[in-house]
Design a protein around this ligand. Structure first.
Ligand code: V47
Length: 360
């Protein structure tokens, strides 16, 4: 019979938790006990070291063929009010206006734009590699890779090789949502399935590309579906070891077609972080993405299993359009302060978790 004590013993022995254990932890009334257990695992893996990076977010088009109910960012068709597509030259100017010496990463996620030729994407990457060579390019979710493969009649491997030749350095984790077919049919029925999302990451990992993984929670999924999602990620990681970090994404309910659902509470957020740290025994890092959690919950999450707070993100749009009240950017000294105030040790990293040391 599953009990909190039996789970504690498994964690102590380094034994893998089952789907039933994960569901039990989601339902356990003492959220602080779950958080403490997750924090003990985080301390074993990383000590007090808490990572952050310094990055810029670019969304070069918000035109999107998919019709995800939770999305407040996509503007569906070219020509609709507020729809935009940057040319490569526009994107270069956009980056130049925001780029600061010392930034190490550009994160690019776009809509599934039916009006662009494939060449747009490698050209965008080549421009960044040439003009901003210090930036690691983390770009295009598995949903976008799947869309390119279908639309331009290529395999995932072909698409990824062309993008890697142009400068792609790693893949972000978005688009995973919840793997359950039941939920996907309702909230994101016209984009990559769970198998396709996992297939694109498998192809990336087989080419030596690292990637991140996510889970959107707080819409209509059950606890079993959340834990099942984690188990699927863990299984692919057993196979490829290509995921660097898991990022739970809390549903934001403004400006989209799921506005009537309440947003997850701070306790929901901390529980998801804690359970993910305990279930995902083979994924090194868990990120408390402050833009999505808000600064105070993100800081608390660092004591509940998370060991990364993302970056001094500049110009995030997806969450701000969905009602995030977090600031548009945080500077590095504020991030360091948040981490130190939790009794932890700030460490700047690159996208692939190499340490960045800067002169004081
Ligand atoms: O795929 C969209 C999610 C993702 C909403 O890999 C929403 O380092 C909640 O993937 N409420 C994009 N979630 C963001 C993303 C990401 C962010 C930061 C770091 C990394 C990384 C990846 O945002 C989408 C979707 O799952 N999303 N709308 C919403 N209303």
């Amino acid at each position: 019979m599953t009990s909190f004590e039996s789970i504690e013993q498994k964690v102590e022995r380094g034994e893998r938790l089952s789907l039933e254990d994960g569901c039990y932890l989601f339902r356990h009334p003492d959220v602080f006990a779950v958080a403490r257990l997750a924090h003990s695992v985080r301390l074993k893996l990383h000590g007090t070291t808490t990572y952050y990076n310094w990055n810029l977010h670019l969304n070069s088009t918000n035109v999107c063929e998919a019709s995800c109910l939770f999305c407040s960012f996509a503007r569906l068709k070219t020509g609709m009010p507020q729809a935009y597509t940057m040319s490569v030259e526009d994107a270069e100017k956009w980056i130049r206006d925001r780029y600061k010496v010392g930034m190490t990463e550009i994160h690019i996620v776009n809509g599934l734009n039916p009006d662009l030729d494939f060449e747009y994407y490698p050209s965008l990457l080549r421009m960044i590699r040439k003009e901003f060579p210090a930036l690691h390019i983390k770009a295009f979710t598995a949903v976008e890779i799947h869309y390119f493969a279908q639309k331009y009649s290529m395999t995932y491997t072909d698409v990824l090789k062309l993008l890697m030749d142009a400068g792609l350095g790693s893949m972000p984790g978005g688009g995973a949502e919840i793997f359950s077919d039941r939920v996907r049919k309702k909230i994101c029925r016209d984009k990559a399935t769970a198998e396709e999302w996992l297939g694109a990451h498998r192809a990336a990992h087989n080419l030596g590309l690292k990637s991140n993984c996510t889970m959107l929670y707080g819409t209509i999924e059950t606890i079993e579906e959340r834990v099942d999602h984690m188990v699927s990620l863990r299984a692919l990681q057993d196979e490829t070891n290509g995921f660097q970090v898991f990022i739970p994404l809390a549903f934001h309910n403004e400006g989209n077609r799921m506005e009537r659902l309440p947003a997850p509470t701070a306790i929901d957020d901390l529980r998801v972080i804690s359970v993910s740290r305990l279930m995902l025994d083979n994924i090194p890092h868990v990120k408390a993405y402050w833009v999505m959690l808000g600064i105070k919950t993100a800081q608390t999450a660092l004591l509940c299993g998370a060991n990364d707070i993302d970056g001094a993100v500049t110009e995030e749009k997806i969450y701000h359009m969905a009602g995030s009240h977090s600031p548009d950017a945080l500077d590095t000294s504020e991030i360091q302060h948040l981490i130190r105030a939790a009794g932890l040790t700030p460490q700047e990293r690159t996208t692939t978790y190499q340490l960045v040391e800067r002169a004081a």
